[in-house]
Ligand binder design. Structure first.
Ligand SMILES: [Zn+2]
Length: 201
């Protein structure tokens, strides 16, 4: 009601004629001085009778109020649908990240397996190297140095170098994943085993 507006409106009759056919309770307009007087009521014919519709000021205020209400509702709807889209986007992103992390973990597990296997291979190669060196020392002592012994030692050293290089590269990948992708299951034990096998002479 116009008397309840944020800027209440005073009854046209009460203000201009000092009286109103309605009581202060019944009248839509204020029967006190609000500083704003409603305009003369607009009348329109309905069923052969003159019916009071509303003051022009009230019309304008109501129209303005409805317009603001509608614009707020429209903005709220737009915000809600944007929030729904954002939530969907978040969910899709989280799912993709989870898949990625699983895939990365699998790669990382493979690297660890390779670390362990290459450490085992290095230990075996170092055992062979020791045998060949002992063989070479023995044949040299006997005055019959073996050219096969020298070739075998060259081959074993080459194998050790190749496996070491491969293991180092794979280790670099593993460390990169640990540092930049947050895969943090580096087993210090497997790294230690690799280092130990490589230094074992
Ligand atoms: Zn009145």
């Amino acid at each position: 009601m116009p008397k309840d507006f944020l800027q209440p409106m005073t009854c046209f009759y009460w203000a201009t004629q000092g009286r109103c056919t309605k009581t202060a309770d019944e009248c839509f307009y204020a029967h006190w001085d609000t500083g704003v007087i409603a305009s003369a009521p607009v009348s329109m014919a309905r069923d052969g009778q003159s019916v009071t519709v509303a003051g022009r000021h009230a019309d304008a205020q109501i129209a303005d109020f409805i317009a603001r209400e509608n614009s707020l509702k429209t903005r709220e709807l737009a915000l809600n649908s944007r929030q729904v889209l954002l939530n969907q986007h978040d969910a899709a992103l989280n799912a993709r990240c989870a898949n990625m992390k699983t895939a990365m973990q699998e790669v990382y597990d493979t690297i660890e397996t390779f670390d362990n296997e290459s450490a085992e291979a290095l230990r075996a190669l170092h055992r062979r190297k020791k045998q060949i060196e002992d063989f070479n020392v023995a044949t040299a002592t006997e005055g019959k140095p073996s050219e096969y012994g020298a070739m075998l030692l060259f081959a074993v050293n080459g194998s050790i170098g190749a496996v070491t290089k491969m293991a180092q590269r794979v280790d670099e990948v593993g460390n990169y994943m640990k540092e930049h992708i947050g895969i943090n299951a580096v087993h210090e034990a497997s790294v230690a085993a690799f280092v130990q096998a490589n230094n074992h002479v």
